[in-house]
Write a protein that binds this ligand. Sequence first.
Ligand code: NDP
Length: 329
Amino acid sequence: NREIHLAARPHGWPTAENFRLVETAVPEPGPGQLLVRNRYMSVDPYMRGRMDDVKSYAPPFALDAPLDGGAIGEVVAGDVDGFAPGDLVLHGLGWREYALVGAASARKVNPDLAPVTAYLGVLGMIGLTAYAGLLDVARMQPGETVFVSAAAGAVGSLVGQIAKLRGAARVVGSAGSPAKVERLRALGFDAAFDYHDGPVRDSLKAAAPEGIDVYFDNVGGDHLEAAISALRPHGRVAICGMIAQYNAATPPAAPRNLALVIGKRLTLRGFLVGDHGDLRDEFVREMAGWLREGRVAYDETVVDGIENAPEAFLGLLRGENLGKMLVRL
Ligand code: NDP
């Protein structure tokens, strides 16, 4: 069994030295436990926050212990009612080849309904984040103009597509390369721009000259500032993530134009997907239908091998992924 430990806490951008590949014996399942051979694991931006020793909504990773996170694997042993060898389960102990999973925290997934990776992305936590953030938190209405950042990423690409399917008049996305911008147009975004091409504020103004009603924020910083300027009265912002500052040694000052929220009566609302479990059934039903009808497309970037998981995570922070970044074990 090989697993990835946190070797040291990063200051600023993490590097390969913050991780260590460790070999251990394959564990034996005890009562109520399943031994799971992981097949895919997720790397996610929020894991960067867990590398720091600070109090947050998710506990920090421990030093010299395996990291954790979403994974899909196959049950290979364990005597637990309701599970059998060969079952595929979704659980929270990624970053290792073999996981000892308490049966209560394992959820069986059906590989006949969707490719198993979908349960780590479009049909799982990622899809629900997009759905709940856009419809429940930002309360997008048909006919509105929506802007989403990190739009070629896992969450962002779904936000844009869901917005169109739910009747948005115009959907604008920003991303970090010409290829990603091209992909956004193919996914049905009405306008897309590369945020390296000039001030976000200017690019957003050109893409949405009449302004925007909803901003789905994955990035923070200059994207949030530009959105505040572009928002129309009573506009809403769902603050999902602020990846532009996850690696900053000193976080940037707040948007310089924050006072505009007063006159425009804006709502800026942070959210955590974990609080929106009540929407899960409705979300899965609607998303599964869109997938079946070919109305939603999703991209995946897959890196092979547990030994390359740190590099996959670092690549995610650098924007090397199109859609969901996954590691195949
Ligand atoms: P993505 O697939 O979007 O990957 C992250 C992307 O962020 C990269 O591909 C990169 O794309 C972009 N990025 C990195 N640095 C910057 C920067 N400085 N400025 C602009 N873009 C940058 O990840 P996810 O879809 O998993 O997550 C998207 C966001 O949602 C993250 O902020 C994450 O923390 C948040 N999140 C929040 C949840 C919640 O419950 N609130 C749940 C899940 C995710 P590019 O090439 O375009 O720069």
